[in-house]
Unconditional design. Structure first.
Length: 113
């Protein structure tokens, strides 16, 4: 089955860090452009970060630039999203997506003191 599974979310205080993982099964993640999205309660899903197949092209939403880092570990068939200096407005369910996959369950990130 072709799918991506997100993990690594949790509850952290403002200013903290989390690393989200996006693990592929049924396909080789290095062959695909991968995007991270998030959806906060009552809001539309938004693109957070994306990385090209080779990893040389990376884009970030303005709201996370300088705080979040997307990266690949092709040996582990996984894409990561390192999130630093987290803010309450980063609270959302985070999803990763490839062109050949549907939407997974996502992983909940909650930033609160």
């Amino acid at each position: 089955q072709v799918q991506l599974v997100e993990s690594g979310g949790g509850l952290v205080q403002p200013g903290g860090s989390l690393r989200l993982s996006c693990a592929a099964s049924g396909f080789t993640i290095s062959n695909y452009y991968i995007s991270w999205y998030r959806q906060a309660p009552g809001k539309e899903r938004e693109l957070v970060a994306a990385i090209t197949k080779g990893g040389g092209g990376i884009n970030y939403a303005a709201s996370v630039k300088g705080r979040f880092t997307i990266s690949r570990d092709n040996a582990k068939n996984t894409v990561y999203l390192q999130m630093n200096s987290l803010k309450p407005e980063d609270t959302a369910v985070y999803y990763c997506k490839a062109s050949i996959t549907g939407w997974g369950q996502g992983t909940q990130v909650t930033i609160s003191s």
